[in-house]
Structures are given as C-alpha cells and as structure tokens.
Design a protein around this ligand. Structure first.
Ligand code: GLN
Length: 487
C-alpha cells in the first residue's frame, strides 16, 4: 500500500472502510511521521499518542463509526479537549486539562475521527505568524526559516507536512485562511454561527469561527459538514440546516462555472500586494474565466476601514474575555505566598502569564472601552462594521462571490514583522472584512511566487458556504494542489 500519510481524508476513510488498512495502522503511520518531522516543524504542542491509538482501536473493533471513521485529525490548542492539555499557546494555561469537550470535538468523535493532538498557534489566537506562541514558533514546511501563518500556523503546517490529513482551526480575522495560503493548503472560515463556539477559548466572541483545514477542497468540505450545524449550547449558533458543502465541492470539481459571477473588489486592487501574489491571482482568475465564470468589478468603499475597525473591536472583546484568566480559576498562579493580596497575585500572574501581544491587545481594548473613549473608538468601529456589512450585501446583489488574493504577501522570514505590530496586522488585510460581515470565505492554493505558495480567497454571502466550495473546487480542478519539498 502506498504511503498512508500522503492520502487524502476521503481516501483514508475508504481504505479503512474496505479493510485495506486498519485505523490503528493509519494512526500509527501519522504518529510515526510526527516523530520523524515535528522536531523540525513544531506543529504540535501536545501529541496524544495513547488517546489516538485507543480511539483507532475502537474504530477497528467497530465501536466507533461515522463518515470519517479512523481518519486522523489535529486540533488547534484553543479548543477544549476533555482531559487533554489545552493551553491556547499561553503560559497562563500551562498544564490546564479541560473537564469537558468543545461541541466541535464531540462532533469529530461522532464522525469517527482520531485526534492526534493539539496544534501550535499564536497565544490566544492573536497574531499572523505563530511567532507569538509562548512555546516557540511553528516552521513552514515549505521553508523552515519562514512563518507558517497565524494564528493557526500549527494546524496548517501539520497538514502541509503530512503529519495529519485534516485539522481544525479558528478564524477571527483570518487565522484559518492566512495559514492555509502561506502553507499551500485549503482553509475555510464558515459563516459566523455556522460552527459552534462552545468550548472554544474566546478571543473575540462576535468574530471567532471554527473551521476546517485540509490539503484539498473536497476534504475541507467533508470536515466542514461534520462539524457545522446548530448547537443549543452556543447562543449565536444559527438554527438552520447547513448548506450541502460536500455536494457543492463535487459539483465544482467538474470544472464548469458557466453563469457564475465573480466580484473583483476594486478597493483591493494592488493594495500593497507583492507582484508575485498578484500574478498568481490573475492567472487563476483567467483559469476561472476559461471555466465559464464572468468577472465583474465591484466597489466596497468601506473595506479600507476594516483593519482599523477590527483592531478596535477584537481587542475590546478580548479585554473582556481574558479577564477570566486571573490566577484563581485556571492554570498559572504566581506569588500566592500567603502574604500578598488577591489583587497582587492576579497582577503577578497576568504579568508572568501573558505574552507581549496579548498584553498589548488587553490594554488597547480596555482603553477603547473606557468611559469617555467608548463612543469615539468602539462605537465608531461598530458603525464601520455595519457599513462593511452593507458593502458586502450590495456587492452580492451584483455577483455570486467575491474573490481576492488571501494575503498580500507570501510566507515571510521569522522576525521580519514582529518589531512593528502594524506590519503583522497587514497580513490580514484581505481576510478581515469577511469576519466583520460574518460571511464564509475559503483560501485555496493558486500557484507559487518565488517558490512559495499563494492563496486565492473566495468570499460568499452568509449561509451560502456551498457557493465558495463550488468555486474553490473548480479552481483546484484547473490549477491542481501544491506539494511542498520533502522535509
Ligand atoms: N491575525 C489576526 C489577529 O491577530 C487574526 C487572528 C485570528 O483570526 N485569530 O487578530
């Protein structure tokens, strides 16, 4: 049998179902791959070897079934996994083992998947390079001296390095799509409320959206279908049926986009993008036109304000959400020697437990929410958010989906953007508008620039997740998937 780690999730599910390989063999092959390469990639913060082998054995015994029975998966460390360390890549949660599973994790179990472990990320999902992990960065399998994107760099690198065929990410401002783009993998952000946030360690509650990471569009759709759907434990979960993303991906793979209108956002044109990124994007657009799609230029006049609005809204919500890490309830406690006040212990704990980017956001958010500044900053940002939503709505009256490069630049070398936070924030220039609106968007590989992957983004109206899968699958059928150099 050919190398199990090179197979897609769909292929692995078939191989296991037909008895051509056992789930234990499939899991072992991936655990061996992790042992062989993860010292160099550092995609994982925790590998749950025992738990994975146990789950795989249950599949082989027929005690664990489902559409993805026996297929290994990696889960971003911001998602609660019962009894398995969950740190959000922060020192403040070092050693914390959640007493419950996130809804997503329960659904993964019901689908029969085998969780290999927890993946590295920027601390509390704040960042675009995984350099803000308290446990050291993840290295991009395409070039170990470059970032794998962020915040979900571990999930994207794990699948690019063939350590897992599938992974779960979370996207607040681009953290599934941007790592997907720079590692040559597929990353999809579902409609906000389309996937449950229950058991997700909150960063910015009105934006956080869990979603699938995979090496091809069909696999991403399979995983999307398994995790999505209404959850009564999440008050913002949408009580509507999930669009049939699997069928849409299948339809798109036929390579016929006759009658589909693609909206090219005028305001994104050339906006600081590297020439190589624009080149790959334009070639892909031509490929889509050959498949029958029509390109229409649309104007979204407020997209230029998305980044500043996001960097008020997200920090404001984070400053509230992260108040729970106080040295009392979870994880780290510093200076509790019997002589210090509660406030001193909290202060010492937060000083030692949070990294610089998290502190920056808490301070920024606290300031933006403080009386006297609330209306000027947070209130204004919320108004801008409404205008951006209207831009999307009027664009979708003219076209079926919007398209853009996923990121303005390819994977950058370590340390090249950490000294200036604004330079780091620019990585999400094209992904953030979608989060403010709440719609779905996907990044699909569309070629190389200087030997590094470029991502193509497809944005769709809320609850039209199927549309983006169709276009993404059509593009994949035209340009193919990318294979990184051997590690
Ligand atoms: N890079 C963005 C930020 O730092 C987005 C993060 C995310 O989507 N979790 O906030």
């Amino acid at each position: 049998m050919s190398d199990l780690t090179r197979m897609s999730a769909a292929e692995l599910a078939g191989v296991i179902k037909r008895g051509e390989a056992s789930a234990v063999e499939v899991t072992t092959a991936h655990l061996d791959r992790i042992s062989a390469v993860d010292e160099r990639v550092h995609a994982f913060l925790h590998v749950d070897r025992e738990g994975a082998l146990e789950a795989a054995a249950a599949v082989d015994a027929g005690d664990r079934t489902g559409p993805l029975a026996g297929v290994p998966i990696a889960v971003k460390d911001v998602i609660a996994t019962k009894g398995v360390p969950t740190t959000a890549a922060s020192k403040i949660l070092e050693g914390w083992k959640p007493p419950y599973n996130a809804t997503i994790v329960e659904r993964l179990q019901q689908a029969g998947t085998v969780m290999l472990g927890k993946t590295n990320m920027d601390e509390f999902a704040m960042g675009s390079s995984t350099e803000y992990s308290a446990y050291g960065p993840t290295n991009n399998p395409w070039d170990l001296g470059r970032i794998p994107g962020g915040s979900g760099g571990g999930s994207a690198a794990a699948i690019a390095a063939y350590e897992a065929p599938l992974a779960i990410g979370t996207d607040t401002g681009g953290s599934i799509r941007q790592p997907g783009a720079v590692t040559g993998t597929v990353g999809a952000k579902p409609t906000y409320g389309g996937t449950s946030r229950y058991g997700l360690i909150a960063f910015s509650s009105s934006l956080d959206t869990p979603g699938p990471c995979a090496r091809n569009v069909a696999d991403a759709a399979l995983l999307h279908a398994v995790i999505a759907g209404h959850d009564p434990r999440d008050s913002t979960s949408i009580p509507q049926p999930v669009p049939d993303v699997v069928a849409a991906a299948r339809r798109g793979a036929d390579g016929d986009l006759t009658g589909v209108k693609l909206g090219l956002v005028k305001e994104f044109a050339g906006d600081g993008s590297e020439p190589g990124v624009l080149g790959a994007f334009r070639e892909s657009l031509e490929a889509l036109v050959k498949l029958g799609a029509e390109v229409v230029e649309v104007s979204c006049p407020h997209f230029g304000y998305a980044l500043p609005a996001y960097y008020l809204i997200a920090p404001s919500e984070c400053s509230s959400n992260l108040a729970r890490f106080d040295g009392v309830r979870y994880g780290l406690r510093v200076g509790d020697d019997g002589n210090r006040s509660l406030e001193e212990v909290m202060s010492l704990t937060r000083e030692a437990g949070f990294g610089p980017e998290v502190k920056r956001r808490i301070i920024l958010g606290t300031y933006a929410l403080s009386s006297g500044y609330y209306d000027a900053y947070y209130g204004q940002a919320q108004k801008v958010r409404t205008l951006i939503t209207r831009d999307f709505q009027s664009a979708f009256e003219q076209v079926d989906v919007l398209v853009s490069p996923t990121t303005p630049f390819v994977a950058f070398p370590f340390g090249s953007r950490t000294s200036d936070p604004y330079q780091m924030y620019l990585a999400d220039l094209f992904t953030i508008p979608t989060n403010l609106y709440g719609g779905p968007a996907i990044s699909v590989p569309c070629g190389l620039s200087d030997g590094l992957p470029v991502g193509f983004q497809v944005m769709a109206p809320t609850m039209a997740d199927d549309r983006m899968y169709r276009v993404a699958a059509a593009l994949e059928s035209a340009v193919g998937t990318l294979t990184p150099p051997e590690l």
